[in-house]
Design a protein. Structure first.
Ligand code: BYC
Ligand code: FE
Ligand code: FE
Length: 488
């Protein structure tokens, strides 16, 4: 499974042995490079970045570090090795040999999953396009670029599958991936969070913390797939994903650490040029809720079909005993049909009485297990996010601040699923529209919060120096010091 770097497209899938595919991918490559120069990191084509490149797919020692100009990065196709006699591990086809071709009856479903996954990769690069110009340090700038080139490689990973297994449709989908644009009203990216602007480095750390972490859970679920090429490619993507989440989780921790230090200089952290914890909490509320939406509806027949077919499993399917999930149910809090009821009690002013202030009525319900697969994956995800929040809170405690961060309730600020279109407080309490309007600036970033955070985003490009609002990392990349010239 050695990676062949002597070819135009580095790969460990014997691309030169499949001329048709090789031609199709070589045909797509210039389009990708055009897209990268147009939509990739701004003003970055001529700088040297200390990047890691995959040299083998084995878990130990797969990475090589060196200075690379990003347009010269060797984007390629890397799959983990096939396992002998591998069987489908869940769903209706459990126990049958895994597929190495697309099963005809599941073709549309599978294409849709792969296209959705693929679309997020270039989207995130587009969203992060301008951040390099305001990086708080060379170390952070380098990490941003590392994430960007690897998301580009994830696009390659999915395009390889589309072009290898989906014929003409696959080639058309591969082209369309380079045509959609994050946030474009006419040709937007597919999923909500990938059309949301990432305007500053606080957005970036929270995105890599929360949104890339959705990627982790989705990729884990796809790495269980009975369609083996998808399982093998997502497994390797996961090894790259770990660094993206590291950047986000430690980025927030370093902000928290710095805020603790600044609060000793001035109890008003903003006056000391830092990011106060209430502002951080609002940004956290925003990105966590946007990322929760990426798991789809709580009750989903799509998810049930994906599971039944054996295309998309659960997180670490082997942790479960029953891999068919035909029996059993999942208890969740839903919104009563008709969705909203009269607001109860309390005096309301005339304007609100004219339009009755209505709020959601909650009711617990058992749903068939297979239809709850999105929610089950979201549960795993929320536990993982909580672990990180607990860690940040230990940093706050050690730093002598009494503020604490928390995840908002899963009902808060949702745009997908059963809670969408309704209003809930961060603790999950139902709200009327008027209550939400009155309080929302306390819960998600207001225009003045955004302007304040924006005012901090001044680039620091000197070796060993860092912006005032964030602490340096405890160690550098690949054993290098923080002072290392990560970008030149
Ligand atoms: N925004 O049954 P439902 C990553 C649509 S991140 C907009 O509830 P389903 C990365 C849905 O498509 C990981 N639309 O949902 C991170 C459906 O549309 P139609 C990406 C949404 O299908 C950082 C309708 O609502 N990978 O890798 O069970 C940087 C009702 O659907 C959204 C994947 O997502 C939304 N948030 O599940 C770089 C894996 N949510 O049919 C990269 C592949 C739902 O009415 N995707 N809809 O037109 C899937 O497995 C599923 O499609 C989803 C949704 C989990 C996304
Ligand atoms: Fe990715
Ligand atoms: Fe990622």
């Amino acid at each position: 499974m050695a990676i062949n770097y002597s070819e135009k497209i580095p790969n460990n899938v014997d691309l030169s042995g499949n001329k048709t595919l090789q031609r199709a991918l070589e045909h797509w490559q210039p389009g990708f490079l055009n897209w990268w120069s147009e939509m990739g990191p701004d003003e970055s084509s001529n700088i040297d970045v200390y990047l890691r490149t995959a040299i083998s797919v084995e878990t130990d020692g797969w990475a090589h570090f060196d200075y690379v100009k990003m347009p010269d990065y060797r984007w390629g196709i890397f799959l983990t090795p096939p396992e002998a006699d591998k069987k489908i591990g869940f769903g209706d086809n459990m126990g049958q040999p895994v597929w190495n071709e697309v099963p005809g009856e599941f073709r549309n479903m599978l294409r849709r999953i792969i296209v959705t996954q693929a679309d997020t990769e270039p989207a995130s690069v587009e969203q992060q396009r301008l951040l390099g110009l305001s990086a708080p340090s060379l170390y952070d700038q380098r990490n941003l670029f590392q994430v960007n080139v690897e998301e580009g490689r994830h696009l390659w990973a999915m395009v390889y599958i589309l072009q290898s297994y989906f014929g003409k449709d696959g080639r058309e989908e591969a082209d369309a991936l380079l045509e959609r644009r994050s946030g474009d009203p006419d040709k937007p990216r597919i999923l909500g969070a990938f059309n949301q602007p990432i305007e500053n480095w606080l957005d970036f750390y929270l995105f890599t913390m929360f949104t890339d972490r959705d990627g982790k859970y989705q990729l884990y679920a796809l790495s269980e797939s009975g369609f083996d090429p998808l399982a093998r490619t997502t497994k390797f993507m996961l090894t790259e994903e770990a660094h993206h989440m590291f950047v986000g989780e430690t980025g927030i921790d370093r902000i928290v650490l710095r805020t603790c230090a600044l609060s000793k200089e001035n109890s008003d952290v903003r006056k000391a040029g830092g990011i106060d914890i209430p502002t951080l909490q609002k940004y956290l509320n925003l990105w966590f809720s946007l990322s929760e939406d990426l798991f789809g509806g709580e009750i989903s027949s799509n998810a049930a079909d994906f599971f039944a077919a054996g295309l998309k499993g659960r997180y670490k399917e082997s942790q479960y005993e029953d891999h068919r999930a035909l029996e059993g149910s999942y208890r969740m809090t839903t919104v009563e049909s008709g969705k909203v009821g009269e607001a109860s009690g309390a005096s309301r002013d005339a304007s609100e009485r004219a339009v009755p202030a209505r709020m959601p009525v909650l009711v617990d319900k058992d749903v068939p297990l297979r239809t709850a697969m999105n929610e089950i994956l979201r549960d795993n995800y929320i536990d993982d996010c909580q672990r990180a929040v607990d860690k940040w809170n230990r940093t706050l405690e050690k730093g002598g601040l009494s503020d604490r961060l928390s995840l908002p309730h899963r009902r808060f600020h949702r745009k997908q699923g059963i809670y969408s279109g309704l209003h809930f407080a961060p603790d999950g309490k139902p709200l009327t529209e008027a209550e939400w309007q009155a309080r929302k600036n306390d819960w998600v970033p207001s225009a003045s919060d955004i302007a304040y955070v924006e005012s901090l985003m001044k680039p620091v490009t000197e070796r060993g120096k860092i912006a005032n609002w964030i602490a340096p990392p405890t160690r550098g990349i690949n054993g290098q010091a923080f002072e290392f010239e990560y970008v030149r």
